[in-house]
Design a protein around this ligand. Structure first.
Ligand SMILES: N[C@@H](CCOP(=O)(O)O)C(=O)O
Length: 481
C-alpha cells in the first residue's frame, strides 16, 4: 500500500459492556448497555488480523502516512486501523484535528521543575481542545450511519463544561445536512470564550442552573428515552478518536516509551481512558515495547477518582463527590461517566507494566493556577488543565513518584485563551473565597497606562508621540544610544 491509499483493512467493531459483559454489534449507535446501563468500550474482533503485521512494519506504515497528502489521512485517521476501521473514505470528517505539537519546555522551566518535560498542545486543535479528536471519529461514524439508514434528521446533544460543546457544535456545523446540534451548559460555569463557540457555530445552546454533573444527567436521560445522538464521551466512538493522542505521543517519541510519563487531567475521565487504551493497543501490536507511566491529575475540588485510588487495593469503593469552584473548570466533575472504564483499563495497565504504571495525584487550586502561570511565563500556552498537569508533575516529584531521569509529557487539553478569565481573576485578585486561591505578587502582571485621553486631545500628534516616548523611557529606564 502506498502512503496515499486509503486503508483496505476493515475491522469488526463491537460494543463491550464493562458491567454485564454483553456484546453488541457496532453497526448501530449505543451509549450504554440496554441490559444493565453499563458503559461500553468498542473492541475490534478482527484485531488478530492486525497482529499479522509486525510492530516494525506498523511503525513504518504510520511514519509514511505522516508524510502523505491524502486529506482523510491527515488527522487522527493516520492511525485508521487502530481507531475506527469501519468508516469509509468519503465519510471521514477532517477539520484539521490531531497532529498537535509536543513542545519541550525551556531549559529554565525544566531546571525550575527539576524534571525533563514537555507539553502536548491539544489547544491547537480546530475548536481549541482535544475533544476534536473524539468528535472527528464520532462524526465520521455518524456520517456512515446517516448514509446507511437514510436518516433525514439527527439531533446531536451533549452536556459540557465548554470544550465538548465547542467541538460538537463546530463539527455539526460542518457536516450539516440532517445533523442539528444542541448543547446543554451549566449556567455561569463555562468561560465566555467557550460559550461564544457553540453560539458562533449556530448550535442551539441551552443553559441550566447547577454544575456539569446536573447537565450530564439530563442528556443521559434524553439519550435513553428520545431519538438523539449523544456526543459526550459516554459515546465510545469519541474514545476511539481520542486514542490518537497516545499514538501521536508514541510516534513523537520514535516509538520508544521507556522512561516516559504522561500526565492527563481527569474530568469526565474519557481522555485518560482513551490514552490508556491507545497505549495498550500499541503494545499489543508490538508497535511499542513498553507502556509509558500514566498520571491522572485531579483538583482537590473535584477528585472522586483520586479518592478511589488512595484506598487500599481490594478495599476500594467509588463515590461521586460534590464539586466546588475550580479554575480547572473543564475537569470540575464529581461523577465522571468513564470511571468504570478507568478502573478496567488501569487494572490492565498495571497488570501489563506494574503497579507504578498508573497513578492518580490530586493538587490544590492555588497550585493549578500558579503552575499554569509558571508554564506560560516560560513560553507555553497551557490552559488551566495544563496547569493542573504541571502541578501534578510537581506533586509526583515531591512524593518521589517521578525520577530525575524520566521525561514527562503533559496534556495541555485546551488553548490558554479559553481560560484567560481565570488569569484575569488572579491578576485582579478577584477570586471568590470558594476557589481557595490567594494571588501572589510574583505571578501578577498588569497593564500600565501612560497618558490620558485628555492629554491626547490637547496635544499635537508629535507632542503626543514625544510624551509617550518620555513615559516609556521613564518606566523602562532606557539609556540613549
Ligand atoms: N470537560 C468536558 C466535560 C464533558 O466531557 P466528555 O469528554 O464526556 O464530553 C467538556 O468540555 O464539556
Amino acid at each position: 500500500m502506498t502512503m496515499d491509499e486509503f486503508p483496505a483493512y476493515r475491522g469488526d467493531l463491537r460494543y463491550h459492556c464493562l458491567e454485564c459483559k454483553s456484546v453488541y454489534p457496532g453497526d448501530e449507535l449505543h451509549y450504554t448497555c440496554p441490559e444493565c446501563s453499563g458503559v461500553f468500550l468498542l473492541q475490534d474482533h478482527n484485531f488478530s488480523e492486525l497482529k499479522k503485521t509486525s510492530g516494525e512494519d506498523w511503525r513504518a506504515v504510520f511514519d509514511q502516512r505522516a508524510a502523505g497528502k491524502m486529506t482523510q489521512m491527515q488527522g487522527i485517521f493516520r492511525f485508521f486501523e487502530l481507531i475506527a476501521p469501519v468508516v469509509d473514505k468519503e465519510d471521514v470528517v477532517y477539520l484539521g484535528e490531531g497532529n498537535t505539537p509536543v513542545i519541550e519546555s525551556s531549559p529554565r522551566l525544566q531546571k525550575n521543575v527539576g524534571r525533563k518535560m514537555a507539553f502536548k498542545n491539544d489547544g491547537q486543535n480546530p475548536s481549541a481542545s482535544f475533544k476534536d479528536r473524539g468528535m472527528a471519529c464520532a462524526f465520521s461514524y455518524l456520517n456512515q450511519l446517516v448514509k446507511k439508514n437514510n436518516w433525514d434528521q439527527v439531533l446531536t446533544i451533549c452536556a459540557s463544561t465548554g470544550d465538548t460543546s465547542a467541538s460538537a457544535a463546530l463539527y455539526a456545523a460542518y457536516v450539516d445536512g440532517p445533523v442539528k446540534s444542541v448543547v446543554l451548559l451549566p449556567q455561569g460555569k463555562v468561560t465566555s470564550q467557550q460559550l461564544s463557540q457553540p453560539l458562533g457555530s449556530g448550535s442551539v445552546v441551552i443553559e441550566l442552573p447547577g454544575v456539569f454533573d446536573d447537565c450530564m444527567r439530563v442528556v443521559e436521560y434524553l439519550a435513553d428515552n428520545f431519538r438523539v445522538a449523544l456526543l459526550n464521551s459516554k459515546n465510545p466512538w469519541r474514545i476511539l478518536g481520542q486514542e490518537s493522542y497516545a499514538f501521536e505521543i508514541a510516534q513523537w517519541s520514535n516509538w520508544d516509551m521507556a522512561g516516559r510519563c504522561v500526565f492527563v487531567p481527569i474530568g469526565n475521565a474519557g481522555n485518560i481512558t482513551a490514552v490508556m487504551n491507545g497505549f495498550l493497543k500499541l503494545k499489543k501490536l508490538d508497535i511499542i515495547d513498553e507502556l509509558p507511566r500514566i498520571f491522572g491529575v485531579q483538583s482537590t475540588h473535584a477528585d472522586p477518582v483520586y479518592r478511589y485510588y488512595r484506598q487500599n487495593p481490594g478495599d476500594r469503593s467509588y463515590a461521586p463527590v460534590e464539586v466546588t469552584p475550580s479554575v480547572a473548570q473543564a475537569a470540575m466533575i464529581g461523577n465522571p461517566v468513564s470511571f468504570p472504564r478507568v478502573r478496567e483499563l488501569a487494572a490492565k495497565y498495571q497488570q501489563e507494566q506494574g503497579e507504578d504504571a498508573f497513578n492518580v495525584v490530586h493538587v490544590q487550586e492555588q497550585q493549578i493556577i500558579e503552575s499554569m502561570l509558571l508554564a506560560n511565563q516560560n513560553g507555553h500556552i497551557a490552559c488551566t488543565q495544563g496547569g493542573e498537569c504541571l502541578a501534578g508533575l510537581i506533586q509526583a516529584r515531591d512524593q518521589g513518584l517521578v525520577g530525575a531521569d524520566e521525561f514527562s509529557i503533559l496534556d495541555a487539553t485546551a488553548h490558554a485563551l479559553k481560560f484567560s478569565g481565570f488569569q484575569e481573576m488572579y491578576f485582579n485578585r478577584s477570586f471568590s473565597p470558594g476557589y481557595g486561591i490567594t494571588p501572589r505578587q510574583e505571578y501578577i502582571n498588569q497593564p500600565q497606562s501612560v497618558l490620558s485621553e485628555e492629554d491626547k486631545e490637547r496635544m499635537s500628534k508629535d507632542e503626543f508621540t514625544r510624551a509617550a516616548v518620555n513615559e516609556m523611557v521613564r518606566i523602562l529606564g532606557l539609556q540613549g544610544n
